[in-house]
Write a protein that binds this ligand. Structure first.
Ligand SMILES: Cc1cc2nc3c(=O)[nH]c(=O)nc-3n(C[C@H](O)[C@H](O)[C@H](O)COP(=O)(O)O)c2cc1C
Length: 150
């Protein structure tokens, strides 16, 4: 099975770390949206889509990329890193994939550290940032490994 992982990791490369774990485990190619313009997926059986979460959403570049691809019948999975590290941020992209006729085989999320002042003065983010410190950590990477093996 040929696999590719398309990702956007604009802040601290946290999502890229997860993408690399997946790529190593399943021998997938990696496409960093920052560097690639023309994406051809015809030859791939499994496509992973991932990004960090920025202001409550996965990266808009990733949504545009998914919009532009022909995905009918393709097997896909979605992953994200975020301050809260929860899978609910993946739901919008999963819905879009399904609307495009793709099958979503799985969803993965973990925490990624951040400095709250980089994007908000809201105290809640300052509080949350303490819990995200040091992530993704060794355990997150192991969980990513377990997820992709399954
Ligand atoms: C501009 C900006 C906005 C963010 N907004 C959120 C958010 O709404 N919710 C959240 O849980 N984390 C938020 N974060 C934290 C990032 O999702 C987290 O650090 C993530 O791991 C970044 O991934 P990356 O290093 O791959 O870009 C934000 C970070 C930045 C820089």
């Amino acid at each position: 099975m040929k696999s590719v992982i398309i990702y956007c990791s604009a802040y601290k490369n946290h999502t890229e770390k997860i993408a690399k774990v997946f790529a190593t485990e399943i021998n997938a190619e990696l496409i960093n949206l920052k560097e690639s313009k023309d994406i051809i997926i015809d030859n791939y059986d499994l496509i992973g889509f991932g990004s960090g979460v920025y202001k409550e959403r996965m990266a808009s570049q990733l949504f545009s990329c998914v919009e532009s691809l022909s995905l009918k019948g393709k097997s896909t999975f979605v992953f994200s890193t975020s301050g809260v590290g929860k899978k609910f941020y993946n739901k919008k992209l999963i819905r879009l994939l399904e609307l495009k006729g793709a099958k979503c085989k799985g969803s993965f999320a973990c925490k990624g550290s951040f400095i709250s002042k980089d994007f908000s003065d809201n105290k809640i983010f300052e509080f949350m940032s303490k819990f995200a410190q040091g992530h993704p950590n060794y355990k997150d990477l192991s969980e990513a490994e377990r997820f992709i093996k399954k």
